[in-house]
Design a protein around this ligand. Structure first.
Ligand SMILES: Cc1ncc(COP(=O)(O)O)c(C=O)c1O
Length: 401
């Protein structure tokens, strides 16, 4: 179809789908009985939170799972559970969002940022050069881009670096058939409204390590009720840790768990819908002059809940012109090159509590990244229209330049 300058998109980039009816029914049932606290159960009852943990563990093939208050809380808990202490350094991605360095700061540790590649994943060469600076890598699969996990794990295993995976954007994704979050010692997921399942807020943590699981359960605020965790390690695992692991309250409640369980059962179907939309946008953007689409490796099974492209080598005024021209036509794009943090978007040098040297290689990539949400409330026609608008505006500005 020929690009039509009059076309305007009128949908919302922040509107997710409604909660499915069976999830609403499950939530109402919890409200009817009133036992919203996960440890408030009657004889013979398994709490919704415990069932959610059991089902998620089975879904990703993990030994243990813990449901918590948020994705950021899951990450901070994972860092504590693998032994990160105040003053420690933690390797992490230069391209990520604020809750990631925030979780490192919550533990009193300091991030060591690792460069991002033009494929929008952690730069393994830069990582290899920094592995002697920390004992733990908090690997963020930012915007759903998964690095070569086989190569990363080989590097980290050889260096004795423990990997905690931030899977806020990769729930349901995999690398070479292994679910995201299952190569590192711990995988952390978010159930916040803009993620792949929606409980408003919430997080999940998975691991195969019984001690890490036991510490995480204690940290989340289990008091001495850890035997109610059907996806937790056996009670004897807690014997050695229950006296010296603090309760840093951050439990998930049964209401959120009830909303999430039916959504987990639909996750694969939802991923199919996201990826169909992603494909339409990507097809519409491909071969636009001045614009680079991100090529996705065959080993990566991703979830296209957002899309990124690069305007490499563009000057700031030209990028700002694209953003405002697209916004005028109803298309909300985010840019990782802005000097000031805006909305959900910020950069490693915006987090001034976390000292970092300038990373010129990352700056070059970040200054070219354009990011767009793809909510499932968009139809395939919406996605085609959005791509036509972006293509027309990028082309127009590029030709002026
Ligand atoms: C990359 C990334 N990691 C972690 C989180 C934390 O998730 P939550 O909002 O559930 O704390 C987010 C949330 O936006 C995120 O984008």
């Amino acid at each position: 179809m020929v690009a039509n300058m009059a076309e305007v998109f009128t949908g919302s980039f922040t509107q997710q789908e409604p909660i499915p009816e069976d999830a609403i029914d499950a939530a109402v049932a919890v409200m009817h009985h009133g036992r919203l606290h996960r440890y408030n159960t009657v004889q013979g009852e398994t709490a919704e939170a415990a069932l959610l943990e059991q089902e998620f563990a089975a879904m990703v093939g993990a030994q243990y799972c813990l449901a918590v208050a948020s994705g950021g809380y899951a990450i901070a808990t994972a860092l504590r559970a693998v032994g990160v202490k105040p003053g420690d350094r933690v390797l992490s991605n230069a391209f990520t969002l604020a809750p990631v360095p925030g979780a490192i700061a919550a533990v009193g540790a300091e991030p060591v940022f690792v460069n991002v590649t033009e494929g929008l994943v952690i730069d393994l060469e830069d990582l290899a050069g920094k592995l002697d600076q920390a004992r733990v890598l908090l690997l963020s699969h930012m915007r759903g881009h998964i690095c070569d996990m086989d190569a990363l794990m080989t590097l980290c295993d050889a260096a004795g670096v423990t990997v905690v995976e931030d899977c806020a954007h990769t729930m349901g994704a995999s690398w070479n058939g292994v679910p995201s979050g299952r190569r590192g010692a711990v995988g952390c997921y978010s159930c916040q409204t803009y993620k792949h399942v929606n409980a408003g807020e919430g997080g999940l943590l998975v691991t195969d390590d019984p001690e890490v699981a036991a510490r995480a359960i204690m940290l989340s605020g289990s008091y001495m009720l850890f035997d109610r965790h059907v996806a937790g390690p056996p009670p004897e695992t807690f014997e050695t840790i229950k006296y010296d692991t603090p309760n840093i309250s951050g439990r998930m409640d049964n209401l959120r768990a009830a909303i999430l369980r039916p959504q987990l059962r639909r996750l694969d179907a939802q991923i199919g819908k996201w990826n169909a939309r992603y494909q339409v946008v990507e097809d519409g953007l491909r071969d636009t002059p001045g614009l680079t689409v991100i090529s996705r490796p065959d080993a990566e099974h991703f979830v296209g809940s957002s899309i990124q492209f690069l305007l490499s080598g563009w000057q700031t005024p030209a990028i700002k012109a694209v953003l405002s021209r697209c916004a005028a036509r109803g298309v909300e794009l985010k840019w990782f090159g802005g000097a000031e943090p805006v909305g959900f978007t910020s950069r490693y040098d915006s987090w001034r509590y976390a000292k970092s040297p300038v990373l010129p290689a990352s700056d070059a990539v970040l200054s070219s990244i354009i990011d767009m949400r793809v909510p499932l409330t968009f139809s395939l026609d919406d996605c085609a229209l959005i791509a036509r608008i972006i293509r027309a505006e990028v082309t127009a500005v590029f030709q002026q330049g």
